[in-house]
Design a protein around this ligand. Structure first.
Ligand code: SF4
Length: 168
């Protein structure tokens, strides 16, 4: 299971410093892409089946009328499937923009990312690049042209992704 890898994002920091949790709503980045193995894992963890839909050639988690992800717990204000959350959620508040075979890192300008030093941020990006290459490629097409790099709306552009050694 992918969560056996330990990204360097401090667990619980969002609960402590962010009152909105917009990252789990359409105001930020849902619908979230999921791929078949993740669907299976989430099914087993949540006991639910009807939580995703086909979006073009991809699958995404459903959202609710209040615009939050189907797995966002409104009472606790947290993810109800956190240990098995999709890859896109796992790397958040980092995200990426892909064009053809090239990708660029972005970060959502949230209370957590504003506290990250450039060194810590770089450490996290390098970790993701060396441990999650396969996962990036699974959602690569979904990220293709998903963000306007000239107007990333709430994101800060970081640097070009270094996935060359792993690229298909
Ligand atoms: S799966 Fe969890 S972390 Fe991801 S958007 Fe839904 S509620 Fe948020």
């Amino acid at each position: 299971m992918m969560n056996e890898k330990k990204p360097l994002i401090t667990s619980g920091i969002c609960q402590a410093h962010c009152p909105t949790r917009w990252c789990c709503s359409v105001q930020c980045f849902v619908p979230v892409p999921v791929y078949p193995e993740q669907i299976q894992t989430i099914e087993q963890f949540s006991g639910k089946k009807d939580f995703y839909e086909k979006t073009g050639s991809d699958y995404t988690l459903k959202t609710r009328e209040n615009q939050y992800c189907i797995f966002f717990d409104d009472q606790k204000k947290e993810c109800s499937i956190y240990p098995v959350r999709p890859f896109d959620c796992l790397i958040y508040p980092f995200d990426f923009y892909a064009k053809g075979n090239e990708g660029w890192w972005l970060v959502w300008d949230c209370p957590y990312s504003q506290r990250l030093s450039p060194d810590h941020s770089e450490q996290i990006l390098t970790y993701f690049e060396t441990h999650y290459a396969q996962e990036f490629f699974r959602i690569w097409d979904y990220a293709n042209d998903s963000i306007d790099p000239d107007n990333p709306e709430g994101f800060r552009m970081l640097r070009k992704m270094n996935l060359t050694p792993y690229f298909r």
